[in-house]
Design a protein around this ligand. Structure first.
Ligand SMILES: *Cc1c(COP(=O)(O)O)cnc(C)c1O
Length: 264
């Protein structure tokens, strides 16, 4: 950490608004979760570290934050407390795996979509753990392209997804811990999702989870589902999501990438 967080300016009105928006989302999550544990990842991509710190420090003390860009995540992780648990949820490039895996408080990479990237992450994390045995293994989700859209990243459902999960469990145990499956899904379907209507992407991810569990001889609840964003997290929880990733409902609209500032 290159500066103490106490040196960072946090606008009290902004902090108040963020805490209240986070609180409202947490209440909605808890109301639908009905006692089940649902992790809320606050998606802070393109938002300044001032906003993140406002939610990480007292009184909100939120720990899980999600980022989409490897370099932005590295910079923010350097500047913010180690007590944050980071999630990388953006499109994963092989070239970024090594540096991501070195971020000590990176909790999870949710966008693993090829065996090669899984091996790169595992090798780099295992090396980091060898150097610092206090470091935890890196949790991962296999991202499944449930909507079949060509522009979406993610592993194809079926044999590819099963093979990738098997690879992570059997060959990447030194560095990785397979948490479960993740989908983003089609925008149109997510806009149409309510707590009552079933989103086809969520149905498909649940099916994939059952297929993987059956093929690999695991209990289905051994694998969690990461699904649900601002537009559709309530419907996702109703379908058994164990992790929702919510950005704009907490932080407001995001700036264009070119206008984004790491720090205000
Ligand atoms: C940006 C992003 C989110 C959050 O989206 P909002 O609609 O702002 O809640 C969730 N998941 C992924 C993978 C994202 O890229």
């Amino acid at each position: 950490m290159s500066e103490s967080p106490q040196d960072m300016r946090i606008d009290p009105a902004r902090a108040q608004a963020l805490i209240s928006q986070l609180g409202a989302v947490k209440n909605r999550v808890a109301a639908l979760a009905g006692g089940q544990n649902v992790r809320l990842v606050a998606v802070s991509k393109l938002k300044p570290i001032n906003d993140i710190l406002a939610l990480h420090q007292d009184p909100a003390r939120h720990a899980h934050f999600g980022e989409n860009y490897a370099q932005e995540l590295s910079q923010k992780a350097d500047l913010l407390p180690r007590s944050i648990q980071w999630h990388f949820i953006g499109g994963l490039q092989s070239g970024h795996c090594k540096n991501l895996a070195k971020i000590p408080n990176l909790f999870c990479v949710s966008s693993v979509d090829t065996p090669k990237k899984a091996r790169l992450l595992s090798t780099a994390r295992a090396a980091a753990i060898a150097a610092d045995p206090a470091l935890a293994k890196l949790s991962v989700h296999v991202q499944v392209n449930t909507s079949g859209e060509e522009a979406k990243s993610g592993c194809a459902p079926g044999a590819d997804t099963v093979a990738l999960c098997r690879e992570i469990l059997e060959e990447c145990g030194a560095g990785l811990n397979l948490l479960g499956l993740m989908t983003i899904g089609a925008i149109a379907r997510s806009k149409a999702t309510t707590a009552e209507t079933e989103n086809e992407d969520f149905v498909a991810l649940k099916e994939q989870r059952d297929v993987v569990a059956r093929e690999l001889g695991l209990a289905p609840d051994r694998l969690e589902l990461s699904m649900g964003m601002s537009e559709d997290f309530e419907g996702a929880i109703a379908m058994g999501s164990g992790e929702v990733r919510v950005g704009s409902t907490i932080f407001g609209q995001r700036p264009a990438k070119a206008d984004a500032k790491i720090k205000e």
